[in-house]
Ligand binder design. Structure first.
Ligand SMILES: NC(=O)c1ccc[n+]([C@@H]2O[C@H](COP(=O)([O-])OP(=O)(O)OC[C@H]3O[C@@H](n4cnc5c(N)ncnc54)[C@H](OP(=O)(O)O)[C@@H]3O)[C@@H](O)[C@H]2O)c1
Length: 257
């Protein structure tokens, strides 16, 4: 039994993808457009959004900074005015800088909270009244396997992703009985500008297009958690259940840190 109403019928559906100027968000927007969805893309980089719109006829660009509460609310209001029903909202905006506790940078840590967590709250607050009035639609948050348990280099990033996983579970409990689908997307390593900063070897790396296909498959199957690639995420899920001492030892051994 799927946990969410399967999302398969894209023609004419309105999908708002926030954090879609590059990477996973852009590839997913492109895929949904190819499947007939009425795609609305947001991020800060207005020229990149304009380029997306030019390449994807019928799509709309709504530039915004997710940390700007008023701008997010205004974009959502414009979306509802121009498009009416919202069928899917994907929160894909993300900020990542590798950080170890020995290099702790408070401004950077707070920046992660603002973009990854507070930005998601801004978007949720802006679309929830509409979704509740519709009694339908789907809200999808892109978190990360880095939110499962503590990982090296993730001092600033990991806790924001753990918060999103918890938030998605909480939203699911409240919204699913009201007809609204909720899912959390936990990618492994995807080759994007975000991971280009990593100097360590990233196992099981996939392309943004492969990530977009995995996300669409997860929505079509009505999954709550959409994690990929399985050859990496299943391994991390197994580690997640280890007792603390074994978990810390395994992570130290694997990462060499
Ligand atoms: N790549 C991976 O291996 C991986 C793994 C797990 C999870 N994730 C998550 O997947 C999501 C997408 O990341 P990605 O890998 O595709 O990286 P990316 O290509 O760098 O995409 C990040 C997106 O977020 C947008 N963004 C960043 N700050 C923003 C802000 N203040 N306001 C509005 N938009 C903002 C960026 O657009 P602008 O710069 O134009 O604003 C861009 O569209 C992120 O949440 C990331 O944490 C990625």
């Amino acid at each position: 039994m799927p946990l969410n109403p399967p999302l398969t019928d894209w023609p004419g559906r309105t999908a708002w993808l926030v954090g879609a100027s590059t990477g996973i968000g852009r590839a997913t927007a492109s895929l949904l457009h190819a499947r007939g969805a009425r795609v609305v893309v947001s991020a800060r980089n207005a020229p990149a959004l304009a380029e997306f719109v030019a390449a994807h006829p019928g799509s709309i660009g709504l530039p915004l900074d997710v940390t700007d509460r008023a701008a997010v609310a205004a974009a959502a209001a414009e979306l509802v005015t121009t498009r009416g029903a919202i069928d899917l909202v994907l929160y894909c905006a993300g900020h990542y800088k590798p950080m170890r506790a020995t290099d702790f940078d408070l401004d950077e840590a707070l920046r992660h909270v603002q973009v990854n967590q507070v930005g998601a709250l801004h978007v949720i607050a802006a679309v929830l009244p509409r979704l509740l009035a519709q009694g339908g639609g789907h809200l999808s948050l892109v978190a990360s396997v880095a939110g499962y348990r503590g990982l090296p280099n993730s001092t600033a990033y990991g806790p924001t992703k753990a918060a999103l996983i918890n938030l998605a579970e909480t939203l699911y409990l409240d919204l699913r009985p009201l007809g609204i689908g909720v899912s959390v997307i936990n990618p492994g390593f995807v080759e994007t500008p975000l991971t280009a900063q990593n100097s360590f070897t990233m196992p099981a790396m996939i392309s943004p297009e492969q990530a977009a296909l995995a996300i669409a498959r997860g929505w079509a199957a009505g999954q709550f958690e959409i994690d990929f690639p399985k050859r990496f995420t299943l391994w991390l899920k197994a580690l997640r259940h280890l007792p603390d001492a074994l978990y810390f030892r395994a992570i130290r051994r694997v990462t060499g840190l």
